[in-house]
Write a protein that binds this ligand. Structure first.
Ligand code: ATP
Length: 327
């Protein structure tokens, strides 16, 4: 659906040249929800504006929804929907009128039916007479989505779709974005600087920093690539009577020896009767860990696994935390 090749944009300002996007290459397949993640000023909006034909690239090009950005921008525009940061709805215009206008603009056949269908899908029923300024934040964002979807585009661009929403409204919007894909087969490309959003909603993530893509993959792949899962084991220590901690020492030594033989275990740190392991593909390794410890006569009282977060990924790649960088 999108194939970007060497896409770049430089701005010339009084203070000098700003290389906002420094030649990015990526693809987005039909039906994917892809998140473009990065801190403020990383180049997300500039890339999005180029892909939606609002800004000419300084170098490179992209094929978007089957049309070349440089040679056929009108073809691109017909096949995409775009929801800008802050949306596009005029504050004083009633919802129904705004949707009707958008439908006419795109020459949508049977506009009344299409608007009714969208309103049912996006929980806008009963709001058609209300001006956009009198909607809640979540309703407003759903109206923005409806405006972008009115002509049934196969590809949707969403710039920070949930910025400023409370967690409940954010979750609700994620639900609607997933439905767009499931019911209409839409492909979605969205920018965000919310890690949770990228993790919960996106099939694949591109991480951009200083105008360059620094990583790409599914949320799980990204997390696995950078650091293994962390598994913590609490050992059940046998009672050795008056030799107070001899059992502890013996059990941890046997545990350590058994774990050292497992190729999935990258690192093991023992603190008292607790063992903290860094493991490749923790979910698959857990059963093997328990079997090996059992065979070595070590009983496990409790076992916990923690996945690295996307912030750990960003930290490892750039030396900065995305949370701090986006603040
Ligand atoms: N019209 C412009 N003129 C000059 N510099 C610009 C212009 N638009 C963007 N920039 C600069 O380009 C860089 C990338 O900006 P961009 O808006 O693409 O980042 P972003 O990742 O979308 O950030 P945010 O999360 O804050 O929206 C920034 O340094 C920004 O200041």
């Amino acid at each position: 659906m999108i194939k970007a090749s060497g896409l770049a944009r430089t701005f010339t300002t009084k203070r000098g040249t700003v290389e906002a996007v420094r030649g990015v290459d990526f693809h987005v397949a039909r039906g994917e929800i892809v998140g473009f993640l990065g801190p403020n000023g990383a180049g997300k909006t500039t890339t999005l504006r180029m892909l939606t034909t609002l800004l000419a690239p300084t170098a490179g090009t992209a094929v978007v929804a089957g049309h070349d950005l440089r040679t056929d921008p009108a073809g691109v525009r017909r096949r995409i929907g775009y929801v800008a940061q802050g949306g596009g709805a005029a504050p004083g215009v009633p919802v129904g009128e705004e949707l009707g206008l958008q439908a006419r603009l795109y020459g949508v056949p049977r506009p009344t039916e299409r608007i009714a269908e969208l309103c049912a899908q996006l929980e806008l029923d009963g709001l058609l007479d209300r001006p956009a300024q009198a909607l809640s934040g979540g309703q407003r964002r759903r109206l923005d989505l409806a405006l972008g979807l009115v002509h049934r585009p196969p590809l949707m661009f969403l710039d920070e779709p949930t910025a400023g929403l409370d967690p409940h409204s954010r979750g609700n919007l994620w639900h609607h974005i997933r439905r767009m894909r499931e019911e209409d087969g839409a492909t979605v490309f969205l920018t965000t600087h919310y890690l949770e959003e990228a993790d919960a909603l996106c099939d694949r993530i591109l991480i951009i920093d200083h105008g360059r893509i620094v990583a790409e993959g599914t949320p799980d792949e990204l997390k696995r690539r950078v650091s293994g899962d962390v598994v913590t084991l609490d050992l059940a220590v046998p009672d050795h009577g008056d030799r107070a901690d001899a059992g502890d020492v013996e059990a941890t030594a046997r545990a350590r020896a058994a774990l050292a033989e497992l190729p999935q275990v990258r690192e093991a740190v023992v603190t008292g009767t607790s063992v903290r392991l860094t493991v490749d593909q923790g979910d698959r390794a857990l059963a093997q860990l328990v079997r090996s410890l059992d065979a070595a006569g070590v009983e496990v009282a409790a076992l916990r696994m923690a996945r690295p977060t996307l912030d750990d990924v960003f930290l490892t790649l750039t030396g900065r935390s995305l949370r701090e960088a986006a603040a």
